[in-house]
Ligand binder design. Sequence first.
Ligand code: NZQ
Ligand code: ZN
Length: 391
Amino acid sequence: MENFVFENSTKAYFGKKCVAQYLPTLLQQYGSNVLLAYGGGSIKKNGIYDEVMGILKKAGKTVTEFPGIMANPTYKKVLEGATLARNHQANLILAVGGGSVMDCCKAVALAAVYEGDVWADFWAKGGTIDFPTIPLGIIMTTSGTGSEMNGGAVITNEDLKAKTGRDYPQLNARFALLDPLYTYSVLQKQMISGAFDSLTHMMETYFSAPDEDNVSDSINEALMKSTIRNLRRAIQDPEDYQARSNLVWASTMAENRILKLGKKGDFQGHILEHALGAFTDCNHGCGLAVLLPIYYRHIKVAGAVKFARFATEVWGIEKDGKTLAELANDGVEALVAFVKEIGLPTTLRELGMTEAQKALLPQIAATCVASPGSYKHLDGAEILDIFNEAW
Ligand code: NZQ
Ligand code: ZN
């Protein structure tokens, strides 16, 4: 193992009815003003809003609502939330939703107390948070991003056509309540794209140096296999609690820094998808389903040893006298087949891009940087090739 320092300051509460069990006590640790943040309204249909609001009222909290956080949250929405948090002197931000709500609220927790230009100082480039931000609590309603247990926040600046993620440990939520039952009302397409997103977090960590025997890669293989197996089960029966609960915790594990210990990490696929998302507002997991397999076809020779191990350890492919290159290819193609099996898009057209948007591909590609963690350095021309092949 390489050297590392590990810390994760989020306290996670997992399981059926955990909100009713733990939220009342957790609320006692914060002042009376709560900013209740949520998305486009799913929590009003599935009963989560009523349950949470009931607990907040019973605890005597003054609640200010911050609704309408969109998928791929925008910087404008962050500033709106920051103004609300400031005007109402929020003592706690309670984010109830998926990655978009959680990410937006992390940025709000910072923007509400920072005097300068938050985008310029913390997203355009990495910044230093050496001052207290507003405490954040999370109630997760859909899984996949792993945002519930890290400091990552991916924000879209519409004016600059940039979708940028930063991970600040200071923005980790104080607590995260993860009830797999809350995810039952998620549309099947979102359930699948979320699970695939978490699988990509595992892969983007796994396919990077170092490649010698290390605990992180071994845990990673177990998580990838669990996610593939349980996603298949959840597609068959969306109310299979074992499957849904495993998907939730595996996605948290993929992004709570444990898998990344001692690993360089790649995340070239995410760089490509975020650029695409900035221009098209596409679903994150679906964008990854299109781009990541094509990227892996480009790097499978450079990373042949690991792609071959992926084939045998994750997909159970027999060696059968195959060469390393053949086995590596089988690993990538097993992933391609899985994307088709679970019904995610495999081309940009299937993702919903129009002929008119196709003309944007050179511009989208030009905003992508090459990941220093990749098995192969991609130049601008090869990045554009990937987008064109994805068309
Ligand atoms: O907005 P509402 O009405 O709540 O509906 C949401 C939304 O339409 C719906 N939903 C959520 N919980 C539900 C539900 N519908 C029914 N029942 C429920 N219980 O699901 C839809 C998608 O929600 P969203 O939060 O956008 O999805 P996701 O969790 O996939 O988050 C995506 C965002 O996270 C970023 C992505 O780039 C994207 O902006 N990421 C954040 C990361 C991080 N912070 O570590 C890492 C990831 O790689 C990712 O980039
Ligand atoms: Zn992701």
